[in-house]
Design a protein around this ligand. Structure first.
Ligand code: NDP
Length: 332
């Protein structure tokens, strides 16, 4: 079924020992809700999936506290517990879940090659990419200091905890304005911290944001730091008043939300599959298929619109079904 890798093909591949080469039917890269759902379906379809968890086992949800919008959990569930449950469900049907990170791929042949941690080589008939996206942070020390104590990159996940309070959102694009609008429905006041004097967001979102009474836009402001005793109690901002004239201002807030975009984790695949201008993997509409036969994508790495656990899980299911159908046709 598999053509063995010619380890003399070039110098680089000579470094892979034959014992470090493994052949699998279905390789899943990434372990968020998309990856685990793909694993559950693939395992139940006898594809014997092997999953590499990546740098953040469980994905972005493990950084959130309560998940209250995933159907089937009437009392809510914490992100880490939900991911543990998904993992148990995937392993129950035989998914081989492993620690490791895909570092390089070669999708030029019929069998897809994926290097794990730059050493082990997996030759896979099908690959399901579920590597997710990573929220961008400003890079301030205080973001780490108050992680879990008032700093969040997901208003839909964490906004509920700030009901009736004052919060701030950083950014001026569609993500930030959507987060600000969502939070405005829950919070007393929302500051939108925008570094320029205009929004990058779509016209309709920009207008809606500017017309929402409890959103105050702080134009030409940048965040310098956060303060508070253990949890966020405020932020120090710098207002650019033009001609290098700056003024420091503080705002009192309980929550600080990042809305400066997400970075899809698609770099290592970009040579072989199509991505849009900001790196999200392009799939054939209505499917999880990439332009490479046998390579599928699901979850946030291919979704810049919805980015919810439940939509990621749905697309993971699609990827496993697409992989199963691909293999059935191939071996018919
Ligand atoms: P964008 O890149 O569009 O916007 C990022 C925003 O954050 C910009 O206002 C940018 O400022 C600001 N920003 C970036 N870095 C910093 C920084 N270091 N300090 C302060 N501000 C910063 O990202 P989005 O995530 O908003 O959107 C990405 C894509 O996804 C877009 O195409 C968008 O339309 C789409 N999207 C669509 C949605 C929908 O249709 N429902 C929802 C969310 C996103 P500046 O403008 O000065 O560069």
């Amino acid at each position: 079924m598999f053509k063995p890798l010619d380890i003399n093909e070039n110098e680089e591949k000579k470094t892979v020992k034959p014992t470090d080469i493994e052949q699998v039917k279905c390789l899943i890269i990434g372990s968020g809700p998309a990856g685990y759902t793909a694993a559950i379906y693939a395992a139940r379809a006898n594809l014997c999936p092997v999953m590499y968890e990546g740098l953040q086992p469980g994905g972005q949800l493990t950084t959130t506290t309560e998940v209250e919008n995933y159907p089937g959990y009437p009392e809510g569930v914490t992100g880490p517990v939900m991911m543990e449950d998904l993992k148990k469900q995937a392993t129950r049907f035989g998914t081989d879940v492993r620690w490791g990170m895909a570092t390089k791929v070669d999708f030029s042949g019929e069998i897809h090659k994926v290097w794990i941690d730059d050493s082990k080589l997996i030759e896979a008939e099908t690959v399901i990419i579920a590597t997710g996206a990573t929220a961008k942070y400003l890079g301030l020390e205080d973001e780490k200091k108050y992680a879990g104590g008032g700093v969040s990159a997901c208003a839909t996940c964490d906004g509920f905890f700030y009901r009736g309070k004052d919060v701030a959102v950083v950014g001026g694009g569609d993500t930030a304005t959507e987060e600000a609008m969502y939070l405005a429905g829950l919070c007393n006041k929302v500051y939108l911290i925008v570094r320029r004097d205009e929004l990058r967001a779509s016209k309709v979102m920009a207008e809606r944001t500017m017309n929402t009474k409890n959103i105050e836009i702080l134009w030409k402001h940048q965040t310098k730091g956060l303060f508070g005793d253990g949890v966020v109690e405020g932020a120090t901002l710098v207002k650019n008043k033009g001609e290098e004239n700056e003024e420091e201002v503080t705002i009192k807030i309980d929550g600080f939300f990042l809305g400066i975009g997400h970075k899809p984790n698609s770099e290592i695949f970009a040579e072989y599959i199509d991505t849009n201008e900001i790196g999200y993997i392009k799939t054939i509409p209505g499917t999880s298929k990439t332009k490479v036969p046998g390579v599928f994508a699901c979850g946030d790495v291919q979704d810049d619109q919805y980015r919810q656990a439940v939509t990621a899980a749905g697309s993971g299911c699609m990827a496993a079904i697409d992989a199963e159908r691909y293999l059935s046709e191939k071996h018919a």
